[in-house]
Design a binder for this molecule. Structure first.
Ligand code: NAD
Length: 353
């Protein structure tokens, strides 16, 4: 029997293809705007300037100060620049950090957002914003955070370094993984997440050999869209909670942390979710989802050990305490012993049992 579901609808317009950056001016015009502030990290400032040049009269300037974890001081500086330039919308060109800044501006000013993602992190299709103030990261969901338009241009991902290609893809797969057992999953998230598994499985081995392969890049970006859409429609559980704890309280890098945790969080929940993770084991083999992901991650040279990301074994008890302090919904009960074991396994990089 078909499982009952609620489909929240699709509110973000998506343009996907090669060379679609050229369509950004027309997307800004379509929203009825005339002065876009282009956002980027300092690393992608030249690309932001080129996009502002392309926007011509529709550009209000650039703000190239986006940084990881969306610190509120940066948001305040960007909002000052937004008002000083008399901007009426933002165009966010970059990965999750730049998209985060655009969302932080939008939720405070009502600005419309056109997002041009250049990684696979998957913030662009979501109503989620994580921000840091006084060293603490908090996350909220609000319809005002969700971007109006996303322009996926495969060509912009050709420069994504191989290491970030791999970790960013595993970050995306983590959204799909938790989407398969989310209580509010729906047939659209399930179908797209299933397709995304296959696309990433086929694309990543090609990309680690040839990062500029246009077809593999297209497959990977398409997969990232599916995973982002899933993240934007369903509730996440243990995996995202642990990644948040390790990033927020121990300063571990975002995509790498997701990549290392993924096989272990998957294996932790696997006994509690029946056959819901079969799309993962069907795609990656080895009979079990967690095990299949571990072997896949190793085959594409992903980081495998929390120990290599700067965590020390003295941190493991404290991370366990923080991760188990407040109860949250998860398919398998979150116990202190269970999480401590999971973290030890991820720390050592062992294949999940
Ligand atoms: P990032 O945006 O910090 O990018 C990492 C670095 O790579 C930056 O210097 C960036 O300029 C550079 N870069 C990006 N694309 C490039 C390209 N194509 N070529 C060359 N260099 C490129 O990293 P990320 O992993 O995309 O994003 C991480 C952030 O996103 C975190 O703060 C995380 O919390 C957030 N995030 C939020 C959501 C959400 O729904 N709210 C979802 C996923 C991630």
């Amino acid at each position: 029997m078909t499982r009952p579901f609620t489909f929240p609808g699709l509110t973000t317009r998506v343009v996907f293809g090669h060379g679609t950056l050229a369509q950004v001016p027309e997307e800004v015009a379509r929203l009825g705007h005339t002065r876009a502030l282009v956002l980027s990290t300092p690393h992608q400032q030249a690309e932001a300037q080129a996009l502002a040049d392309r926007l011509g009269d529709r550009a209000a300037g650039i703000f190239a100060g986006a940084t990881m974890h969306t610190p509120v001081e940066v948001t305040e500086a960007a909002i000052a620049a937004y008002h000083a330039a008399r901007a009426d919308c933002v165009v966010s060109l970059g990965g999750g950090s730049t998209t985060g800044l655009g969302k932080a501006i939008a939720v405070r000013t009502g600005a419309d957002q056109v997002v041009v993602p250049t990684t696979y992190a998957g913030s662009e299709m979501t109503d989620i914003l994580g921000e840091t103030a006084g060293g603490e990261k908090t996350t909220r969901r609000d319809p005002a955070i969700r971007p109006e338009v996303v322009v996926y241009d495969v060509d912009l991902t050709l420069t994504l370094p191989v290491a970030l290609t791999v970790t960013s893809a595993l970050n995306a797969i983590a959204h799909a993984m938790e989407g398969f057992y989310a209580p509010d999953r729906n047939p659209v998230t399930e179908a797209l997440s299933r397709e995304a598994m296959t696309a990433f499985r086929d694309a990543l081995p090609v990309l680690i050999q040839d990062p500029k392969d246009p077809d593999a890049r297209a497959k990977a970006l398409y997969a990232a869209w599916g995973c982002s859409l899933t993240l934007g429609q369903v509730t996440m559980a243990l995996h995202h909670k642990l990644a948040h704890v390790l990033g927020g309280s121990f300063g571990l890098p975002h995509a790498e942390t997701h990549a290392v945790l993924l096989p272990h969080t998957t294996a932790y929940n696997e006994p509690a979710v029946g056959d819901l993770l079969n799309p993962i084991s069907d795609t990656f083999g080895h009979g079990r989802a967690g095990k299949g992901l571990w072997h896949f991650a190793r085959s594409v040279s992903a980081p495998m050990r929390l120990a290599d990301l700067g965590l020390t074994d003295r941190d493991l008890d404290r991370a366990t305490d923080i991760a188990t302090k407040n109860p949250y919904a998860n398919p398998r009960p979150v116990t202190r012993d269970g999480i401590r074991r999971l973290l030890q396994q991820a720390f050592d990089g062992d294949c999940p049992a």
